[in-house]
Design a protein around this ligand. Sequence first.
Ligand code: SF4
Ligand code: SF4
Length: 393
Amino acid sequence: MNLPLDNLIAEAERCVVCGLCLPHCPTYRKTGSEADSPRGRIQLMRAVAQNTLPNNPRFKAHIDLCLSCRSCESACPNSVNYGALIDATRALYTPNSSNWRSLAKPFIRSRFLAKLLIWPLWLLQQFRLKKLLLRIIPPAKLLPKLSAPQRWKTCHPTAEPLKGNVSLFLGCAGSALDSQTLNDSIYLLNKLGYNVHIPKRQTCCGSIARQMGDADEAQSLISKNAACFNPNYPILTTVSGCGAGLKDYLNTHTILDISAFLANCDWQHVKISPLHQTLYVQDPCSLRNVLQSHKDTYRLLQKIPEIDIQALPGNSQCCGGAGAYTLTQPAMANALLQDKLDSMTEQQVTLLATSNIGCSLHISQGLRAQNMHIDVCHPVQIITRQIKLYERN
Ligand code: SF4
Ligand code: SF4
């Protein structure tokens, strides 16, 4: 939702400055500055909108440091719509015009161009030319091991008695960097009796553009998605960050995280091999605070016999991998990442499940940098692995 100026002021005035959100804000916890807290930011937004404070670089710095994790929104007793406030503020007052944003824009707009970019990256990885790759594209340090770019069929019919139809949202990062999770999702949905539709014309969810303050671009991407997905089928997302962006702005369709949908399916005929391992689950902020379906991840994973599932301590705090945040605010992103790595070390984690590729890339890059060997997987990958293991034995 994009708030016009009057509504921004009206929404900001709903904040009763109680401060109950402050302990839930990661940036406030790190800097201790009121201006980096939700309450402080809301007062700054209102003052700038009312022209009582200038829209200067200091204001922009406090707005840019916000992760849009929306922990504050979940904690607010007055239900202040912080997500809409920060989106509107970024669009109206602090659009980001960095060079990398202009460079990235065509790749976000066109899945074809994104695919063209992935081919050389994949080839460089295949031929173990990692140093060359990092020299050409330094953010490539975030990249996991890539699969060859895939061509998606528009329909994957089930061979089981038909239970229904669903649409699958590919996502830019999801389809480019984690085709395994998408393929596993298709496999599970087909096995549970669902035809899976993948509209060719689907595009980016618009979240990165919105985070950069480009409301027009974000809206144009939402409109393209609205036009190509069948409104009668739920849209399932394997990346909770995309799911959150779609849920907020694509009001014509039902948006569900894949785990939320799968957890409610009939699994009676599906055989799953037991997993004798402690599995820790990281709750992405988008899943917890926006989609509000983080508990479904645990419900889905509990279908694996004998599994020991634990929530990663500190789950309510963002890991710092919030969209483009790792590139725009590396110091804060790394400080928050370190808290996650410390928590994993303390718990002696060997397997971590997360439903957001932004978190997965950020955490995996931190693990690699600190030589920690922990498997980071999407929950759908873990349950599929156990089903295939049963079928092989
Ligand atoms: S909890 Fe809500 S009302 Fe209270 S200070 Fe934070 S945003 Fe304002
Ligand atoms: S969205 Fe997250 S970082 Fe931003 S003010 Fe709210 S709690 Fe703090």
